[in-house]
Design a protein around this ligand. Structure first.
Ligand SMILES: *[C@@H]1O[C@H](CO)[C@@H](O)[C@H](O)[C@H]1NC(C)=O
Ligand SMILES: CC(=O)N[C@H]1CO[C@H](CO)[C@@H](O)[C@@H]1O
Length: 641
């Protein structure tokens, strides 16, 4: 560029034919490259020119689809068929394998508010059995219910569909009749165990877990990935896990139940495994190696490793179970902290004036780096004896880099995605935005450009940037290494389900030094996010004071409800909507990024809400949110002794 100025600076610019042809070649190269970047690679012929339009056109106002009508090359196209459950709150989506083939969803869905999302992952069911017929003390029931909730949350976060079975499922099994004939002088533990297997067989097999078996490893761990595939041709158990986990097909399970019930030793053995193994015949089980990513809190392990908790369980059962739950939760959290030892990056593009905007994300990061309360603060999970215990004087690092970095698999990213109206308002510190300013002065797609500056470099258009952004949010790898929120919304309720453990709050996190008892007190808010001068100029205190007002104003104009699935309290005026739409049209990449994040979050919320409803059918909703309120029954915690 500077060279050109020198050229034009001369009294007689020497733009000879060579220069002119060079200019022409450059322009045509630019056009070809732009087309390559924006053309569909997937062979969808229809709306490709519409994509090109995203790049070259002047602002396209959403209610002027005339461009499509006069386009002579446009194939007649249809929007893709509606799918089941493809809408939640204000969001609509279309789940498709080709989600990363097009930067802009509307070129597939022909509807700019219907976003193309990745296919929803099938969650394989994992069952555990809970005998809800044995009635016990209310305090114990509640403690058990909390444990089951911890179990469900941990497996959900790893991509499973945890389901709690009860005696109702066991009684549905035709083999239940036969069991009844044997029960007379059977050990009650053996009976419960057989009921558990009957319930599992009745569900068609798959995975059967003890309710004190937890996944404690990375999302990509090979065993967890294998279990997520949900195909188990052989009846399998794992070395050192006792009856912690089984996998297998229905027919093999039925065969094992029959084998166990035919055992002549039913009067002396205490569990199905013992009945099968009694005579040391050929075992029907394949035994796999000790899994590194599963933690089993069996009675024997609690006795040896967590003696302090075991003592409490013996003396005051309900209190003991509560402590056990706290111990397990702290281990789940600790495992997460150990996996992300490089700390947390709360990304802060356009860093000058977005301090206030990223504060909720930053507060979440502080909660995640805090040491969880635990009855045995320096203990390690049973499967990770060499863990690095959480030390409150050396918490994980939290940074607020301006750009998204994907250089380390041990760095976790928390992102706050602003609507372009919000991004432009804050970045320019302008209370009022008008069309002239948008077109003449604003930086196009400022947010996504800054976010991906290191990932994509400079001089790249918005389209490839949006694709990298989508990958960071919703790919397998991205979704297990980051979480993204909308700047205009509160953090979603189901964060605990995303991480797989109850994230400490200011009231429950361990106090510095003394981690035994959480000290409830006045709300302790973390200090505001730090700002690294490397990331740009520091906002002055006066500027910082303006941020909340500007953000509130932007939220009003963007006009989405504060929580997914609720109603917005105020409505923007007609003029405000016009300006917002102009901003959207001028910042297509930022708009697509924001809508994508919104739809992805909405689909996750919907998936969990639906499952919560479905779950209420099993075991009377034990371990579910609803169940927590009413209290639950006893388990067979001490069945092994
Ligand atoms: C981040 O890195 C992982 C592993 O190196 C890679 O698979 C993934 O595609 C990268 N994601 C993005 C958005 O670049
Ligand atoms: C809200 C909604 O549309 N729910 C439906 C989701 O899909 C299941 C079947 O897969 C229906 O039963 C729900 O009614």
């Amino acid at each position: 560029m500077p060279k050109q100025y020198v050229l034009f600076g001369r009294p007689v610019p020497r733009l000879g034919t060579r220069h002119l042809s060079l200019l022409l070649v450059t322009i045509s190269l630019f056009a070809v490259f732009s087309l390559i970047f924006t053309l569909p690679s997937s062979g969808i012929p229809g709306p490709s020119l519409q994509v090109a339009d995203h790049k070259f056109s002047m602002p396209k106002f959403s209610k002027s689809p005339w461009l499509n009508k006069v386009n002579p090359f446009k194939h007649p196209s249809h929007e893709p068929p509606r799918q089941k459950n493809d809408t939640y709150g204000e969001s609509r989506w279309y789940s498709d394998w080709k989600w990363l083939s097009m930067p802009f969803s509307s070129s597939i869905t022909l509807d700019e508010n219907r976003l193309v999302l990745p296919m929803m992952k099938q969650r394989p069911p994992i069952y555990c059995y809970y005998d809800d017929t044995i009635d016990k003390v209310k305090a114990e029931k509640n403690a058990q219910s909390e444990l089951l909730l911890t179990w469900r949350r941990a497996w959900w976060a790893k991509g499973f569909k945890p389901i709690i079975l009860s005696s109702a499922e066991a009684m549905n099994n035709p083999m239940y009749e036969e069991l009844q004939r044997h029960t007379a002088d059977m050990d009650p533990f053996l009976k419960t165990d057989l009921m558990r297997w009957l319930a599992w067989e009745n569900m068609g097999g798959g995975l059967l877990s003890h309710y004190l078996l937890f996944p404690m490893g990375s999302h990509e761990d090979p065993l967890l990935a294998y279990l997520r595939r949900g195909e188990f041709p052989k009846l399998t158990r794992w070395k050192d896990l006792d009856d912690g986990l089984f996998a297998g097909p229905k027919a093999d399970i039925a065969a094992v139940i029959k084998l166990a019930m035919a055992s002549p030793h039913l009067k002396v053995v205490k569990g199905l495994l013992a009945a099968i193994d009694y005579d040391k015949n050929d075992s029907p089980f394949t035994v796999d190696d000790t899994p590194a990513s599963l933690a089993f809190y069996s009675a024997a392990i609690i006795d040896t490793k967590y003696h302090k908790v075991a003592d409490v369980i013996t003396n005051a059962r309900a209190d003991g179970l509560k402590q056990l739950n706290q111990l397990i939760t702290s281990h789940l959290h600790l495992t997460w902290q150990n996996l992300f030892s490089d700390g947390i990056a709360v990304v802060k593009p356009l860093p000058h004036h977005t301090t206030h905007m990223i504060t909720p994300g930053y507060e979440l990061a502080t909660r995640l780096t805090h040491c969880p309360a635990s009855p045995m603060p320096t203990s390690c999970p049973p499967n990770r004896p060499n863990c690095a215990p959480c030390v409150s004087s050396h918490p994980l690092k939290i940074g607020t880099p301006a750009h998204y970095r994907n250089t380390s698999s041990t760095l976790y990213t928390i992102g706050t995605v602003p609507h372009p109206y919000t991004a432009q308002t804050l970045n320019s510190m302008r209370e009022k935005i008008d069309i002239r300013w948008i077109r003449r002065e604003s930086d196009r797609d400022a947010w996504v450009t800054d976010l991906t500056k290191e990932l994509c470099g400079t001089g790249v258009s918005g389209a490839p940037r949006v694709l990298r952004f989508k990958e960071a949010v919703a790919s397998d790898y991205g979704s297990s290494h980051s979480v993204w929120f909308l700047a205009e919304r509160e953090l979603p309720d189901e964060l605990d389900w995303h991480f797989g453990f109850a994230i400490p709050t200011a009231d429950t996190w361990a106090d510095e030094g003394r981690s035994e008892t959480p000290v409830p007190g006045p709300e302790r808010r973390p200090p505001p996010p730090p700002h690294d001068l490397k990331d740009g100029p520091l906002a002055t205190p006066e500027e910082l004071k303006l941020e909340p007002g500007l953000l509130a104003r932007a939220k009003h104009v963007v006009g989405i409800s504060p929580k997914s699935g609720t109603k917005a309290s105020t409505k923007p005026t007609k003029e405000e909507v016009t300006i917002r739409e102009a901003v959207e049209a001028w910042n297509l990449a930022d708009t697509e990024a924001w809508r994508f994040a919104r739809a992805y979050l909405a689909r996750n919320t919907m998936e969990r809400k639906k499952w919560e409803e479905e779950e209420a059918k099993y075991a009377g909703g034990v371990g579910s949110e609803k169940g927590r309120r009413s209290g639950w029954g006893e388990r067979w915690l001490d069945k092994e002794d």
